[in-house]
Ligand binder design. Sequence first.
Ligand code: 9YT
Length: 130
Amino acid sequence: MIVRTLGEIIGTDRDVRAPNNNWVSRRLLLKEDNMGFSFHETIISAGTETYIWYKNHLEAVFCIEGTGEVETIDDGRVYPITPGTMYALDKNDQHYLRAFDDMRLMCVFNPALVGSEVHREDGSYPLPDK
Ligand code: 9YT
């Protein structure tokens, strides 16, 4: 069994900050943990907008704290995000993520992240063998 606390992760390689400081991601489970997905706590900073297009991954997100919105770029729909809201990017949806205040999100990625991923210019994370 794997048991980990955020306290054990913060300040290690599993505590990843976006280069633009829009978010920090505490990667509780990664590919090397062999669960078939990765599982992260992500804090999105208040007042930020992040362009995201996970072409190589599916992501589900559950909001625990804070408020914001997701705008899907193909259709311009805007989805309010508040505590208790889940969204799943089941179509690798290209979107903007906006935080009105600090948002605490729990995120699952399939396939699992390896650990160091931050968004590339196209909004995606690479696959490990690319
Ligand atoms: C919701 C979202 O995708 N935020 C960006 C960071 C990502 N959740 C991660 O790498 O943990």
